[in-house]
Design a protein around this ligand. Structure first.
Ligand code: G3H
Ligand code: 13P
Ligand code: NA
Ligand code: ZN
Length: 328
C-alpha cells in the first residue's frame, strides 16, 4: 500500500529503527528493493531524483512504483521525490501521486548554489503548505552536504554545492535547524553531518568518528519530533569495488560511511538513510563479472538478473542492520 513518509518515520521513531531510502531508476532496482523488503518484512521508501525522471520519464517511474505496490500489496511503500529544487517541481510530483517530497532549499534551482536561510524557509514553507493539504509529507534540508575531508559536495549531477564549502556550511547548526523546523513545519530534516553524495566520500579507510555524532545528538535533542535524514549514506562496499576493478573497471581507492556509523546515527534520531551509490556499484560489478565469464552471452535479461541479486543482497543487509526488518 502507498503510505506517507510521516506514517513510516513515526513508526520508526516509536520503535527506534531506521529506514534505508533507496533511489530507483529502473525495473531491476525496483525489483531488488521489493524482493529484499518482502524477504525481510521491511517497510519501503523508494525515491526518484531529477536524474531518474530524466532517465526513465516521470510516468514510467510512477508506474514502476505503482507496479511494485500492486505486486507486493502487503508492504507499505513511500513514493518519495528526492532533491526537489523548486516548489513547482514538488507540486508536479504531488500531482503525480507521490506521497512524500523533498524540497531541497539549501541550494538554488540550479542545484549547486548555496542559498541563504530566508530563501530556504520561504520555498520550504510554501511546499509544506501545499503538500500537507494533500496528505503528503515534506523533507527539508538545512546545511550543505559535503566532505569534511575536502569540503567538496561530491560527484552527483544536479544535487551538489559548487566549489569548496567551509566547515560551518558542512555541519548543520543545531539552533538553526530548530528554528527552521519552527519556521517551516517539515516532517523530516536532512542534515549535514559529514557525508557527501557519490562514491568518493573518503580517500582513507574510515576509523570511526566519520560522522559528527555529537552534532546529530545536539540536533535531535532540540527537535525530537522531527525525523532526521542522512543523505550520502552509501557504504561503498570494498568487495564490489574489487570485483569492478578485477573485471576491467577503473575506480580509484575510495571509502564510504561504515554501516556501524549509520547504526550509531539511528540511535540518535536518524530515521531515513539515503542510499544510491551502493546499488550502482553492485549493479556494475555484477554486470562486469557476468559478461567477463560469459563473453558470448547477449541476452540482457541474463546479466540484468545478476544485478537484481547483487542489489537485493545489499538491500537485505541494510534492512537488517538498520532494524527495519520485521517492521512492515
Ligand atoms: O542525491 C543524489 C542521488 O544519488 C541521485 O543521483 O541525480 O544522479 O540520479 P542522480
Ligand atoms: P549516496 O550517493 O551516498 O548513495 O547518497 C544518495 C543520496 O543521498 C540520495 O539523495
Ligand atoms: Na530525499
Ligand atoms: Zn541526497
Amino acid at each position: 500500500a502507498l503510505v506517507s513518509m510521516r506514517q513510516l518515520l513515526d513508526h520508526a521513531a516509536e520503535f527506534s529503527y531506521g529506514l534505508p531510502a533507496f533511489n530507483v531508476n529502473n525495473l531491476e532496482q525496483m525489483r531488488a528493493i521489493m524482493e529484499a523488503a518482502d524477504k525481510t518484512d521491511s517497510p519501503v521508501i523508494v525515491q526518484a531524483s531529477a536524474g531518474a525522471r530524466k532517465y526513465a520519464g516521470a510516468p514510467f517511474l510512477r508506474h514502476l512504483i505503482l507496479a511494485a505496490i500492486e505486486e507486493f500489496p502487503h508492504i507499505p511503500v513511500v513514493m518519495h521525490q528526492d532533491h526537489g529544487t523548486s516548489p513547482a517541481i514538488c507540486q508536479r510530483s504531488i500531482q503525480l501521486g507521490f506521497s512524500s517530497v523533498m524540497m531541497d532549499g539549501s541550494l538554488a534551482e540550479d542545484g549547486k548554489t548555496p542559498t541563504d536561510y530566508d530563501y530556504n524557509v520561504s520555498v520550504t514553507r510554501n511546499v509544506v503548505a501545499l503538500a500537507h493539504a494533500c496528505g503528503v509529507s515534506v523533507e527539508g534540508e538545512i546545511g550543505c552536504l559535503g566532505s569534511l575531508e575536502t569540503g567538496q559536495a561530491g560527484e552527483e549531477d544536479g544535487v551538489g554545492a559548487e566549489g569548496i564549502l567551509d566547515h560551518s556550511q558542512l555541519l548543520t547548526d543545531p539552533e538553526e535547524a530548530a528554528q527552521f523546523v519552527r519556521d517551516t513545519g517539515v516532517d523530516a530534516l536532512a542534515i549535514a553531518i559529514g557525508t557527501s553524495h557519490g562514491a568518493y566520500k573518503f580517500s582513507r579507510p574510515p576509523t570511526g568518528d566519520i560522522l559528527a555524532i555529537n552534532r546529530i545528538k545536539e540536533i535531535h535533542a532540540r527537535i525530537p519530533n522531527t525525523h532526521l535524514v542522512m543523505h550520502g549514506s552509501s557504504s561503498v562496499p570494498q568487495d564490489w569495488l574489487k570485483i569492478i576493478n578485477e573485471f576491467g573497471g577503473e575506480i580509484p581507492e575510495t571509502y564510504g560511511v561504515p554501516v556501524e556509523e549509520i547504526v550509531e546515527g539511528i540511535k540518535h534520531g536518524v530515521r531515513k538513510v539515503n542510499i544510491d551509490t551502493d546499488l550502482r556499484l553492485a549493479s556494475t560489478g555484477a554486470i562486469r563479472r557476468f559478461l567477463a565469464a560469459h563473453p558470448s552471452e547477449f541476452d540482457p535479461r541474463k546479466y540484468l538478473k545478476e544485478t537484481v541479486t547483487a542489489m537485493r543482497d545489499i538491500c537485505i543487509a541494510r534492512y537488517e542492520a538498520f532494524g527495519a526488518a520485521g517492521q512492515a
